[in-house]
Design a binder for this molecule. Sequence first.
Ligand code: PBG
Length: 321
Amino acid sequence: MRRPRRLRKNNSIRSLVRETRLSMKDFVYPIFVVEGEKIKREIKSMPGVYHFSIDKLKEEVEEIVNCGIKSIMIFGVTKDKDWCASSGFKDDGIVQRAIREIKKVNKELVIITDVCMCEYTDHGHCGIIDNNGYVDNDKSLKFLSKIALSHAIAGADMVAPSDMMDGRVRAIRETLDKNGYVNVGIMAYSAKYASNFYGPFREAAESAPSFGDRKTYQMDSSNYKEAMLECEYDIQEGADIIMIKPALSYLDVIKGASEIFDVPLAAYNVSGEYSMLKLAVKKGLLKEDVIYESIMSIKRAGANIIITYFAKDMAKYIDRY
Ligand code: PBG
């Protein structure tokens, strides 16, 4: 008789035959940076995730590094908003200052920055709005490139455009190269769906659109083939890493992209995916191990890199040595 249960007899045997393994090196931990001083404030919609002012980053970075996390992604939150997101590309902007502070504290930690306009525009959309309220693709490229370049100048290792404008990867690559930042990488949010799972993040980043939605630029949740096209275009345009976002409702897309493309594949386990599990665990509805199980599903589907607010929680589950 075939007896698959032999290999499930005890934990040592189970761990010997485990097909997929998670490591702290798989994770990118997002951080929200705010204006002000001495601020470490829990984000209401995301229990266990905080807003940090720049002076509090040192402590936080030390904690992150102690957990074994090697990479972070920075998001800036500011009240300084206008039509063209100018606070997103100024030298003393919130993200630019955060990058310099973190590099001062720790040179090894990989800094990836989210490049988008929604945190910095007064209307909360991810690009420039034309007279009809439509997000103008080609006008937005110039501003996105400025944001990316300013992050590179401040010391970012990699920029991650999340706006979903067509042609942004090429525009950003050209701008970085022209200015001598040939070694700053691009992690492209290639297949980013117009998802309801971003709700808690928009509260955290104060980036919800003041009118309409993001469906004219982010992808329709029913489309798989289009996601493969988006990945292909981004690779042609110069993306070093492609990304699928969200992760848990799009595991089929992750699987597909991992089989088709040879560049590293990231998946973003987004705010809504985080908060629903976190709250269910807090309420005692689910065991905490549900976190490990769901992060494992993202890796099993084929993601090489997982951007997750659970990165610190994962330290508990991982044999680091
Ligand atoms: C910015 C951006 C968003 C997220 C990452 N970058 C929000 C959005 O597109 O509305 C979502 C992240 C999350 O939900 O955790 N455009």
